[in-house]
Design a protein around this ligand. Structure first.
Ligand code: HEC
Length: 185
């Protein structure tokens, strides 16, 4: 048994060294070396454009990325968060707010983020402003919409946040930053 093992190791070692440094050596399992399937970037005469990689069919939507329906004025039709807000979701909303939005809006929504203070980026409105109290006008869905599409000088943040996280952040902004003033009054 021992001899067999030693000779097997010797054979493999010799095989892998044969043919000089430019040789790829012997191929033992040929269908792995020369696959019959098309490589992603190879030519392919089965398709009109001659490529293996094809674009997704028109209108394809990635799972979990269903667009948010808008009315004719570009306002969101879903006004409240369709997901459950548990302790984890609130925590996630807060953390993602701080990492994605606070650079401009500031940790407490006072528009004192570094990008505004030192960077000279146009100042956003403070989330404590009176106008945010109107929940019918500025619902959670409204904030979701601003994150998804941007608003005026604020660019869209759809690339940074998954749809479900946009809801978490929107809830956090709406409930914890925009409503603060209300309690004091
Ligand atoms: C690069 C800086 C920047 C970042 C990052 C940013 N915002 Fe803004 N945001 C702005 C500016 C500037 C405005 C004001 C835009 C205007 O009125 O032209 C604004 C406006 C808003 C408004 C008010 C829209 C209205 O109707 O007046 C909301 C709500 C908002 N941002 C939420 C968010 C959230 C949530 C995030 C994080 C996902 C975020 N923003 C990230 C700069 C930023």
């Amino acid at each position: 048994m021992k001899k067999l093992l030693i000779s097997l190791v010797a054979i493999f070692t010799l095989m892998s060294c044969s043919g000089g440094r430019n040789s790829t050596g012997y191929s033992i399992i040929n269908d792995m070396m020369y696959a019959e399937t098309y490589e992603a970037h190879s030519e392919n005469n089965h398709y009109e454009n001659g490529q293996t990689n094809q674009l997704a069919m028109e209108g394809t939507i990635a799972r979990g990325f269903m667009p948010h329906p808008l009315d004719s004025e570009g306002q969101p039709q879903v006004l409240s968060n369709p997901h459950e807000m548990n302790a984890y979701a609130w925590e996630r909303g807060e953390r993602l707010y701080k990492s994605t939005c606070a650079a401009c809006h500031g940790d407490k929504g006072k528009a004192d983020g570094l990008v505004v203070k030192d960077g000279g980026f146009p100042k956003p409105p403070k989330f404590s402003a009176r106008k945010w109290k109107k929940v019918e006008k500025y619902s959670v869905g409204y904030v979701y919409n601003v994150i998804t599409y941007g608003y005026g000088n604020m660019p869209s943040h759809a690339q940074q946040l998954y749809p479900i996280d946009r809801w978490h952040v929107a809830e956090y902004v709406r409930e914890k930053l925009m409503k603060k003033r209300k309690k004091k009054n």
